[in-house]
Design a binder for this molecule. Structure first.
Ligand code: C2O
Ligand code: CU
Ligand code: CU
Length: 498
């Protein structure tokens, strides 16, 4: 399936990072650890789930305790399981000495329980939202959305996965045993200093955002997961602050993508490699019936030659055969024949995805993401530091300004584009459908419900979107770039739904 890589590098370019930050740690060579599986908490009974936001100490490297943040655990949070047509009651308790807001990314819930920056939980306070889950089965996530601090909080650990089930997906022959053949895979990258502490600085982030050199999966470096020798479902979440990954297997085995951000595709799509932007989720099923271990590669898209364009698999072949050490798998799946395997064929038809007719689309809005334009601009365009101005339609995020007013229940076309670089654009309170991405028709693996779309400076990305819930002036929804440093530098806007 054709896929074009046509990212233009930002002013700084990926290579500029070399030498300016800490090098990859020697611990990466240590004996393999098991994939940490975040505890699964069942929210379907309606009982409130206690979620304590706290400090932690987490071993990314054996024998090194790294100060972190987490939710009920030292790093990241539990996986929250909920169900369509149920109520999810959350009871957040902020034990940090700074305010935190926690957003349910991908959830179709009203603005007053969306967890945006207006809903900051003060130190030692609680926040107890009730979320009516009305959307189809999907892999969502929750993370800090604290004004100006989202990047730092997520980097230190304030994020977790959320799984929504429904009757339709329960009836499909898909692997669904959490932690066995249905694995959460949270992909992030981190920079560690000589002591093994996390290095992060919003003000030192350059145009690319904060990129770490070491990939971690659920907080572990190159872990191994023992899995059944059959079909295994991976719920991949790009939970990185800024990194775009190319996801593929070391032995180039094919896999099937079964779901996008907002739920199942209409049918499984066979692939050998795919791009994942920050904030995106992709559910894939990989078959390990051959009994051979499968190494998941999460390659840094910025290391691919910017000048080259072409089909992803060709670029990948060139990348992997080039004169550089073979990339280490970020996660190795090791099949164990003793475990009960899911061997049923994949379903042919899954979700029914109905696109609006052109006549149903009542309005078009344009959004231009700019790296140093708009008011307060003046960053001279040289690589590196300084007060960058990140704007959408010429404005930096201002908590007291409502940028757009939307009517509930009406389809709209949103056209989004950037003045430079690639950006993953996210919209709260909905799932949308992509009509075109960077000027190109949407590929089959992106034809499902989404809440992330990549755009760049080449041409418009276009989505069709409809909001079914309300967001008031006091608790508006956000749209923003999901490069968290861009978001924290102001590449975000607020909108109401009435
Ligand atoms: Cu995942 Cu507004 O964020
Ligand atoms: Cu969101
Ligand atoms: Cu951006």
């Amino acid at each position: 399936m054709p896929f074009t890589l046509n990212r233009r590098s930002f002013v700084a370019g990926g290579a500029a990072l070399v030498g300016t930050r800490f090098v990859a740690p020697a611990w990466a060579k240590a004996a393999p650890v098991s994939l940490p599986i975040p505890k699964l908490v069942d929210g379907t009974s309606g009982e409130p789930l206690n979620l304590t936001i706290r400090k932690g100490l987490w071993s990314f490297m054996p024998g090194v305790a790294t100060p972190t943040l987490g939710i009920n655990q030292d790093y990241l949070g539990p996986t929250i399981r909920t169900r369509r047509n149920s109520e999810l009651n959350l009871n957040y308790h902020n034990t940090l000495n700074e305010g935190v807001s926690v957003h349910g990314h991908g959830l179709h819930v009203p603005g007053e329980v969306d967890g945006g920056p207006q809903l900051e939980i003060a130190p030692s306070q609680r926040w107890q939202p009730t979320l009516s889950i009305v959307q189809p089965a999907a892999t969502c996530w929750y993370h800090s959305h604290t004004h100006g601090k989202t990047g730092e909080h997520v980097y230190r650990g304030l994020a977790g996965m959320m799984i929504i089930d429904d009757d339709m997906s329960d009836d499909l022959p898909l692997p669904r045993t959490y932690g066995v053949d249905d694995l959460p895979v949270i992909i992030q990258d981190r920079t560690f200093d000589a002591k093994g502490h996390l290095v992060y600085s919003l003000k030192d982030a350059d145009e690319d955002g904060w990129l770490g050199e070491t990939v971690i999966i659920n907080g572990a470096i190159s872990p191994v997961a023992r899995v059944p020798a059959g079909k295994v479902r991976l719920r991949l979440l790009n939970g990185a602050n800024a990194r775009f990954y190319i996801v593929t297997f070391a032995d180039k085995r094919t896999f099937h993508k079964i779901a996008c951000d907002g739920g199942l595709l209409s049918e499984p799509v066979e692939m050998t490699a795919m791009e994942m932007a920050p904030g995106e989720r992709c559910e894939i099923v990989v078959d390990l019936a051959d009994g051979a271990p499968a190494g998941l590669l999460t390659l840094f898209e910025d290391q691919f030659d910017d000048e080259e364009e072409g089909v992803l698999s060709t670029l990948l072949d060139r990348f992997l055969s080039a004169d550089r050490p073979a990339p280490q798998p970020s996660l190795t799946l090791t099949p164990d024949k003793a475990l009960p395997a899911h061997t049923a064929p994949l379903p042919g038809k899954m979700a029914e995805i109905v696109r609006p007719k052109p006549s149903e689309i009542v309005r078009t809005r344009d959004f231009m993401l700019e790296m140093d334009g708009g008011k307060g601009g003046g960053h001279a365009g040289h690589a590196g530091h300084g007060a960058m101005s990140m704007t959408i339609n010429g404005a930096v995020m201002d908590m007291s300004v409502i940028n757009e007013e939307v009517k509930r229940g009406e389809w709209e076309r949103w056209r989004i584009r950037a003045d430079q670089g690639a950006h993953p654009f996210h919209v709260h309170g909905c799932s949308f459908l992509i009509e075109q991405m960077e000027g190109a028709p949407v590929t089959p693996d992106q034809q499902g419900w989404k809440d992330m779309v990549v755009l760049d400076d080449d041409d418009w990305s276009e989505i069709v979107v409809r909001f079914d819930h309300l967001a008031t002036k006091a608790y508006p929804y956000m749209y923003h770039c999901h490069i968290l440093e861009h978001e924290d530098h102001g590449m975000m806007g607020q909108f109401t739904v009435s």
